[in-house]
Design a protein around this ligand. Structure first.
Ligand code: 13P
Ligand code: SF4
Length: 304
């Protein structure tokens, strides 16, 4: 079967099943190409919350499909590759978080959405890389427990006097970008600003001209007058950056910026998921309800 006929069949099945195809900005090019909506974790969660589609085909990783199931319990959420996980999300467990909470009684837990539904259910409020600062500012407390991303947590902590208790989690993909590689590129292309995701190591973030979520990067690049930009996040972002800015050149800060989990989902997997209406991700009610509270609280934080 040719790629074009697979794409056609996917679109036909989506129409038949009243489905919507959501794809994260790190997905393979051909997946982003046929998606109804591409976006960062925040945009896709909001889309899941408001869609009137009956089926959500989530092209991303497991925690994202869980968020969709939490926010849209009446919809069928399909994750074409059930094995697409997130190693950072797996770095924090419910037991570990409970232990940390016991050490700091009364301190609110801010949980990055890159976490399991069960961990969200143990949290006070969620955040994404796009709204972490606003979420932290929205809390009256002077102390914060922040899980699981120590890099995002320490980045946000720099902008507030609040005391942070950080979990030692990190994204192995972003962590692979080393400051030496960025320094070298900055010397090679002195006119090119360096923009990176806050999941990068603080030694890399310290070199950035701008730090933002993946969606923030599209906005930054669009507004920038630079002709060449060094990009410090997962390679999948280049697809739309190039398409939307054909006059600009993008330099991926390291060839190692590829998330193997984000690259798992193929067009064939999406087609098979729609044919079989499986694998379905469904969060059980006893976890969904408290996890939704933490996500809803995040979504209620004003964005501007
Ligand atoms: P966002 O821009 O969606 O926060 O992307 C970060 C990420 O790693 C998602 O897994
Ligand atoms: Fe997880 Fe990092 Fe991959 Fe995002 S890029 S899914 S944080 S491993």
């Amino acid at each position: 079967m040719s790629l074009e006929s697979i794409k056609l069949e996917i679109r036909e099945l989506l129409a038949k099943r009243k489905g919507v195809l959501l794809a994260h900005n790190y997905m393979r090019d051909e997946v982003q190409e046929i998606a109804d909506i591409t976006g960062d974790s925040l945009a896709l969660s909001m889309e899941a919350a408001k869609t009137d589609a009956e089926v959500i085909v989530f092209c991303g990783v497991h925690f994202m499909a869980e968020s969709a199931s939490i926010l849209a319990p009446d919809k069928t959420v399909l994750l074409p590759r059930l094995d697409a996980g997130c190693p950072m999300a797996d770095m924090v467990t419910v037991e570990g978080l409970r232990e940390l909470k016991a050490k700091h009684p009364g301190v609110p837990v801010v949980t990055y959405v890159n976490s399991s539904a069960a961990v969200k259910a143990e949290s006070d409020i969620c955040c994404t890389s796009a709204n972490a600062m606003k979420v932290v500012q929205s809390l009256p407390d002077q102390e914060i427990i922040f899980v699981p991303d120590r890099n995002l947590g320490s980045y946000v902590a720099k902008f507030t006097s609040k005391k942070f208790h950080l979990w030692e989690g990190y994204c192995p993909t972003h962590e692979r970008l080393r400051p030496e590689a960025v320094q070298k590129l900055k010397e090679q292309y002195p006119d090119a600003p360096f923009v990176c995701h806050p999941e990068c190591n603080p030694t890399v973030v310290a070199l950035a001209d701008h730090v933002c979520s993946t969606t923030g990067m599209y906005d930054y690049v669009k507004k920038s007058s630079a002709k060449r930009i060094i990009i410090g996040t997962e390679a999948g972002i280049l697809f739309r950056l190039k398409r939307e800015n054909p006059d600009k050149e993008f330099i991926l800060a390291s060839p190692a910026l590829i998330c193997p989990n984000m690259k798992l989902t193929s067009l064939e997997d999406i087609l098979e998921a729609l044919q079989k209406m499986a694998p379905v991700v469904k969060v059980p009610e006893e976890i969904r309800v408290p996890a939704k509270r933490a996500l809803d609280r995040m979504l209620a934080v004003p964005r501007d």
